[in-house]
Design a protein around this ligand. Structure first.
Ligand code: 7PM
Length: 283
């Protein structure tokens, strides 16, 4: 497939033949002090700058509204969390900023503030989301989810998880294109942990190449997720090594962007993958 590795997002044109690392930046109210909005903005910005120093290629900024089981965050609250962070980072770093939201108005204001990627766990299914994504020139990550964040882990059922995720992503990719989002602006994400049991997550990772056949780069988010806890039997703070294994497998199976908490370790691991896959082809 021609240019299946090229990802256009805002002013950036990423060559995803090298696996890219997306660092996670959560903007949450600072529960430990009374510092208010300014303090949580500065905490998030400082963390983001650290991730860039560690080699993050992309930053994913989220106001927590998309986290499974999270208390829903109002539109105004989400905007007041993420917009100041995006504005400041847009001035201070030269990597694409991604906004993790499903709300069309957050998409629009984030892009106006300097975001180059819209990361939507709802796959642009909310009313107005397709139009909001098409309005600017941001890249878009379309993710698969079965159910809703409140109910999705109750009893996820699939006949054929790989095929069902693939059909969904194909349909949403076509809907985005019909709405005016150029193919080069789209990446796809199987949505690990979003309405999937361990068997489903493992099957999706193993069969990533089938989803890659849709012709667009794949983003994979497995960092610290409970599927890894299920496999290794340890809590969320002891999942670094399992997360690195997942990133390496993802990249070797064709995943082009990995969304992670632990940037430096992931950058190092993926340099080894790149050296073998893209550099070690001579013989
Ligand atoms: C609790 C459970 C807290 C899960 C946070 C999470 C993805 C994402 C998230 C992903 C894309 C997390 C997740 N996961 N966006 N947002 N892909 N595109 O681990 O896999 O951060 S939230």
């Amino acid at each position: 497939m021609q240019n299946a590795h090229q990802f256009i997002c805002g002013k950036y044109q990423l060559d995803l033949r090298r696996p890219h690392v997306m660092g996670i930046v959560n903007v949450t109210p600072d529960s430990f002090s009374d510092g208010g909005r300014y303090a949580s903005t500065q905490l998030a910005v400082t963390h983001a700058l650290q991730l860039v120093a560690e080699g993050a290629d992309i930053l994913d900024i989220g106001g927590e509204s998309t986290r499974p089981n999270a208390t829903p965050v109002s539109l105004d609250e989400e905007l007041s969390r993420v917009i100041p962070v995006i504005e400041q980072l847009a001035r201070e770093v030269d990597v694409p900023l991604s906004i993790d939201t499903y709300k069309p108005q957050v998409m629009r204001e984030a892009v106006n503030a300097g975001a180059a990627i819209i990361n939507d766990i709802w796959g642009l299914q909310q009313p107005g989301a397709l139009e909001a994504a098409a309005a600017g020139n941001a890249g878009v990550c379309i993710m698969h989810m079965q159910g809703t964040p409140q109910t999705m882990q109750q009893e996820p059922v699939y006949q054929d998880v790989v095929q069902e995720v693939k059909v969904f992503l194909q349909e949403r990719m076509q809907a985005a294109e019909a709405a005016g989002v150029a193919m080069e602006r789209i990446v796809l994400d199987p949505g690990f942990g979003f309405g999937k049991r361990t068997v489903h997550n493992v099957a999706l990772l193993n069969h990533l190449p089938e989803i890659l056949a849709l012709g667009r780069p794949l983003l994979v988010g497995l960092s610290r997720k409970s599927v890894l806890g299920q496999i290794i039997g340890s809590d969320v703070h002891q999942r670094l090594h399992a997360s690195l294994a997942a990133s390496v497998i993802s990249a070797m199976k064709g995943g082009r962007i990995v969304r992670v908490h632990d940037v430096k370790a992931t950058v190092d691991a993926l340099k080894v993958v790149d050296a073998v896959v893209n550099v070690g082809i001579d013989r």
